[in-house]
Design a protein around this ligand. Structure first.
Ligand code: FEO
Ligand code: CA
Ligand code: CA
Length: 746
């Protein structure tokens, strides 16, 4: 979700905005001491570095990629980005390169069956109808081809398939009438309005078909259904039936209702969809003070502290269990009589079977509870465990990976949820530590670890408790606090793992000092706003697991890209251009590819090595709307070590800091801006047909900066995308094709 706007414009303060990690982090000294010998040549040289670069290519580092060779051996012809980059844009429209067409496919409110009327988009569409409409804030999504019989998975079908899509959040004012918006009271909500908002969250499962060369939703498909924030879900894995999962709805702790704040996604080798619950904490009326001291520690760590919940769903003026369920306070005599544990049933990776509409989604607790951004499966090898990478998106949170206990058997490829039970319910959860020398380690989150078993801040009852409170377990293990981990992705060309770190306004503040993997702290001005501070524009980290084995417990990392403006902002009086280029624009971005706040990151499966990058920005939006870029990244360690000085504004009283990081080779023309969205949107969610000729992306929350006071004045809406005129804006799924019918991007 977009968490980069000034708080005065945001109704919903998510965990991202401030972060809730006050644990001690490893000091820079201790990280330095952890340097490994392979970087020792650098260690002796760093004192001599100022702004100069030093090659740090490591012999053997590129060897043994999943393709069995290095990128230098010319096994495949070099890829190029075959389009001309587009300019930054502030227009209320979608801009794509010459030779491409972007067409709306699925918009907020669109019916998914033949009995639901067309969307009126004036706030009068009913709450009940939203169970059969496109939800709001289209986000992560995956395409699953349908077989010729139309009843199962065919990963090669580019003409007909099922898209599973997340609906992360809502722009509340555009769901209701002007009169309802004017009467809004977070302490006393109208039940029908709450119901509509609940139904506008969750997941869409829709069949799409190409007819006469054009994709459309097949509203007659029996696969089509909505999962909302009220749909019954099953709890699977180690936390199933745990005492901390008991609620009045499910006294045995095996179920909950709804999936919430579904952000990025993943899919499995057995053809199911993974939807990830991100900023769920703020939705609940926490009642934190009514809880035990130990429970309060857990709630604080996850940011479950809201007095009303972001939309006041617990405060319906109509009594009922559907609204009580949003109150996490202790209101009954025991846990099976209230919802004190309700927040423990959110924050999971949730499995959905696209081909079994009647199957309840399963919350896979072995993958840990956090602000899950996405869940990306590493290269699958028969006879080896499956590995999934996950970011926890809040300031100063961590990067995780899950390694299944079971080894992959390709006979499971069509077993649906049963395969999920096998691979996603039993395994090992790890958290990442990034060392100053460019290496890293995966730290096991297991109750048997002395640091976890003996953790003074929180007393873990057992392994299920470790998974329910894995942020606390990761604190205990000394994981590295990151600049908001968003999407993860695997380069199929070489197995390198990527993660976007979108930004971090607290980086560089007390207790949140710089480290090699989070090395920037600077100030950037924004027209009409206070300057932003910290890691303003974000960066993209990547690593290669030792031996290119996804199950390895150590790795080598560098920073693929640093987001930045191409040139120093003239209002940034404290930086001259030379300093800016040497210490902030570390990836030598130009007007053709400069970007801020990377979020969505996805590798094409049709074209190995082609990466797509989406932004969710609030820092560079005085110059451009959010965007989609195409990239052809190199490999981990293809760049140089760089000493970065964070020269802060003297008036802030902060001391300059300096740290050495590892920067990938500058992208040059292997990074180009491909699409710029309309006003107030973020770009998020991406998938493609198996032939690579149709790319699907989401325009999320266009016009979200429209104020409630302007809801009755359509001409004043920030955006009217996609319908134009004075229409209310709508989150929209686009299908992008090349006019000559070729693959998108290359
Ligand atoms: Fe929902 Fe971190 O983006
Ligand atoms: Ca996101
Ligand atoms: Ca600026």
């Amino acid at each position: 979700m977009n968490d980069k706007l000034p708080m005065t414009k945001r109704e919903f303060q998510s965990a991202d905005d401030t972060g809730h990690n006050n644990s001690d982090s490893p000091s820079f000294t201790s990280i330095l001491e952890a340097r490994m010998s392979r970087r020792s040549v650098l260690k002796g040289s760093l004192g001599l570095l100022t702004t100069s670069m030093l090659s740090f290519g490591i012999a053997g580092c590129n060897d043994g990629g999943s393709d069995g060779g290095s990128d230098d051996d010319n096994e495949t012809p070099p890829l190029t980005l075959s389009f001309n980059p587009i300019a930054k844009s502030l227009a209320d429209m979608v801009v794509v390169p010459a030779g491409y067409t972007a067409t709306p496919l699925y918009r907020l409110g669109d019916p998914i069956n033949t009995s639901t009327p067309a969307y009126l988009n004036d706030g009068t569409d009913t709450a009940a109808s939203f169970q059969y409409r496109c939800g709001d804030h289209n986000d992560g999504m995956s395409y699953f081809g349908l077989n010729s019989a139309g009843n199962g998975w065919d990963a090669s079908n580019s003409e007909r398939g099922i898209i599973c899509m997340n609906h992360e959040n809502i722009t509340r004012i555009f769901l209701h009438t002007p009169e309802e918006v004017a009467a809004y009271n977070v302490s006393a909500r109208v039940a029908a309005e709450v119901d509509k908002e609940v139904h506008a969250h969750g997941v869409s499962v829709i069949e799409i078909q190409k007819k006469s060369g054009v994709f459309a939703v097949n509203t007659g498909s029996s696969f089509n259904h909505r999962i909302t924030a009220a749909t019954p879900c099953d709890i699977y894995g180690p936390a199933r039936s745990h005492a901390l999962m008991v609620t009045a709805y499910s006294p045995n702790g095996t179920q909950t209702r709804g999936t919430l704040n579904n952000c990025a996604n993943g899919d499995t080798p057995w053809g199911t969809y993974l939807t990830c619950e991100e900023n769920w904490a703020g939705y609940f009326k926490s009642g934190v003070a009514t809880h035990t001291a130990q429970e309060q520690v857990a709630m604080q760590r996850y940011g479950v502290t809201s007095s009303n919940g972001s939309y006041g769903w617990a405060n319906s003026t109509t009594a009922g269990d559907l609204y009580d369920r949003w109150n996490a306070g202790v209101t009954g005599a025991s846990a099976n009589l209230d919802y004190r544990n309700i927040t423990n049933t959110f924050g999971w990776v949730v499995e959905v079977d696209p081909f079994s509409p009647s199957a309840a989604p399963r919350k896979r607790t072995a993958l840990g509870r956090m602000g899950h951004e996405g869940c990306c499966c590493a290269k699958v090898t028969a006879g080896k465990p499956l590995v999934f990478y996950m970011g926890d998106d809040a300031q100063n949170e961590y990067i995780y990976k899950y390694v299944s206990a079971a080894n992959w058997d390709s006979a499971d490829a069509n077993k649906g949820m049963a395969a999920g039970d096998k691979y996603l319910d039993k395994g090992t959860l790890y958290v990442a530590r990034f060392n100053a020398d460019g290496t890293g380690n995966w730290l096991k989150l297991d109750i048997a670890e002395a640091a976890i078993a003996g953790y003074a801040t929180y007393s873990f009852a057992n392994q299920a408790d470790v998974l329910i409170n894995c942020r606390l377990a990761a604190d205990a293990m000394g994981a590295t606090k990151m600049d908001r981990p968003e999407w993860t992705g695997i380069n199929p060309a070489n197995g390198d793992v990527y993660v976007t770190l979108t930004n971090n306004s607290s980086r560089g503040s007390a207790g949140k000092g710089l480290d090699a993997a989070n090395p920037r702290y600077y100030q950037d001005s924004k027209a009409g706003n206070s300057p932003n501070k910290g890691n303003v524009n974000g960066h993209i980290l990547r690593w290669r697991e030792n031996g290119s084995d996804p199950t390895a417990t150590s790795f080598v990392w560098d920073v693929y890209l640093f987001g930045a403006q191409a040139k120093a902002d003239t209002a940034n009086v404290n930086y001259d251009e030379a300093f800016y280029q040497a210490h902030i624009n570390l990836s030598d971005l130009t007007d053709d590819n400069d970007f801020s706040s990377p979020d969505g990151l996805w590798f094409s499966r049709k074209t190995p090595g082609l990466m797509w990058l989406q932004t969710d920005d609030g820092a560079y939006t005085d110059m451009t709307n959010c965007m989609l870029l195409a990239a052809l990244p190199g490999t981990v360690s293809d760049g140089a070590a760089v000493a970065v000085t964070s020269k802060v504004v003297p008036a802030n009283g902060d001391a300059d800091q300096s740290v050495t990081t590892y920067v990938g080779k500058a992208p040059g023309d292997k990074l180009k801006r491909f699409l710029v969205g309309p006003k107030g949107c973020e770009l998020t969610g991406i998938t493609e047909t198996p032939d690579g000729k149709a790319l699907f992306v989401n325009i999320q929350h266009p016009g979200e900066n429209t104020t409630a006071a302007n809801i009755g004045t359509p001409a004043n809406y920030e955006s009217h995308y996609p319908d134009g005129g004075t229409a209310r804006p709508r989150s929209t799924t686009l299908v992008i094709t090349r006019n000559d019918g070729g693959p998108v991007g290359v």
